[in-house]
Design a protein around this ligand. Structure first.
Ligand SMILES: Nc1ncnc2c1ncn2[C@@H]1O[C@H](COP(=O)(O)OP(=O)(O)OP(=O)(O)O)[C@@H](O)[C@H]1O
Length: 345
């Protein structure tokens, strides 16, 4: 069931020459985790603030839980929207204890506040002394307190702005998984803003990609990765290799050799063959169609990237398993098992 709907939202800041948000529409389902991704300035934070009621659009409407909260310039004030916010720097009050910080979010709560605070802190996995102050906690623990404070009043949706950006790389992987589990356990709907594609891919059920205030695509991670609707989306999740090729009725001539493919007959001018490093395979047998010079092999623990150059020195990258050795090997045979074709000019 849909819990949040945005319809044709436009937002322009008064001093800015361009719209920060351009005709953005999408729905979020109940219990879903949606990641808003995009490079700096793409409009992620603006969109989050529009949903929270901290900014107002020029036009468009937003509904939350069946209630229209924004209709053009008319809107329900932020504090009446039942939206929980987790800020990038957690925004915990330094002079309040963990318990008091979470209790602060419950000012309008009618029941036993103390009990609710303790229940929520346990829910987010905090077993610490609740009378500690924020500075006595690790980054990951502070984030849980911020999440508990946002969740305690039972909001309809939780909005998280760059929730993982203050954590170091080691902690990040663990915290991402924990936060996802907590959100899923409670069944709350969440939108998180991130510029890190790994955050989005590992935490979200669906991902929305923004570029210059325009929504490019919203879909499950696999679809964004495998079926990007445009080159911007395709390149957002890691660069793709490009090989310039000449099509014939039988296949594509490339600087690395000939690729048999009847599909080539559909093209007239030069084309680009686009593929990700994991969509090609380096092989030992020399009856393969493609060959190049090994330029560099980089080891990353769980995989290796082999850079292969054509005669002019133009390189492509192929991912291989970490056990392969390339010592003393000059030439590599490879094939592409999946690629897109685009007209080159
Ligand atoms: N208060 C403001 N006044 C004027 N322009 C603003 C304001 N806030 C944001 N903008 C502009 O609106 C656009 C979108 O900004 P926004 O902060 O939403 O992007 P973002 O994707 O969240 O970026 P970042 O990842 O850097 O936080 C940018 O061009 C930005 O310069």
């Amino acid at each position: 069931m849909t819990i949040l709907s945005l319809h044709h939202i436009f937002k322009k800041y008064s001093q800015a020459p361009e719209y920060a948000i351009n005709d953005v529409s999408f729905d979020v389902k109940e219990g879903e985790i949606l990641a808003l991704v995009g490079e700096s300035g793409s409009g992620k934070t603006t969109l989050l603030r529009l949903i929270a009621g901290l900014e107002h659009p020029e036009s468009g409407s937003i509904s939350l839980s069946g209630q229209v909260i924004v209709e053009g310039r008319e809107s329900v004030p932020a504090h009446e929207r039942q939206v929980g916010m987790v800020f990038q720097d957690y925004a915990l009050f330094p002079h309040l204890t963990i318990l008091e910080n979470v209790k602060f979010g419950l000012q309008k709560f009618k029941g036993d506040k103390e009990k609710k605070v303790r229940e929520t802190l346990l829910l987010v996995g905090l077993k610490e002394d609740f009378n500690k102050y924020p500075h006595q906690l690790s980054g990951g623990q502070q984030q849980r307190v911020a999440l508990a404070r946002a969740m305690a009043p039972n909001p309809k949706i939780i909005l998280m702005d760059e929730p993982f950006s203050n954590l170091d790389a080691m902690l990040k992987d663990q915290v991402r998984e924990e936060i996802r589990q907590i959100i899923k356990k409670t069944g709350v709907t969440a939108i998180l803003v991130t510029h890190d594609t790994r955050d989005a891919l590992s935490t979200a059920d669906r991902i929305a990609i923004l570029h210059k205030g325009y929504l490019q695509q919203i879909d499950i991670p696999k679809m964004l990765y495998e079926k990007p609707v445009n080159p911007y989306v395709a390149n957002f999740f890691g660069k793709r290799n490009e090989i310039l090729a000449t099509p014939t009725a039988e296949g594509f001539y490339t600087p690395f050799g000939f690729i048999k493919d009847k599909k080539a007959g559909d093209y007239k001018g030069k084309v680009k063959l686009l593929f990700r490093p994991e969509h090609a395979e380096v092989v030992q047998n020399d009856d393969q169609q493609l060959i190049g010079t090994i330029f560099k092999v980089s080891y990353f623990g769980d995989h290796q990237i082999v850079k292969i150059a054509d005669e002019e020195g133009k390189r492509i990258s192929i991912r291989t398993n970490p056990g392969r050795t390339f010592e003393g090997i000059e030439k590599a045979f490879f094939y592409l098992w999946k690629y897109d074709v685009e007209e080159a000019f």
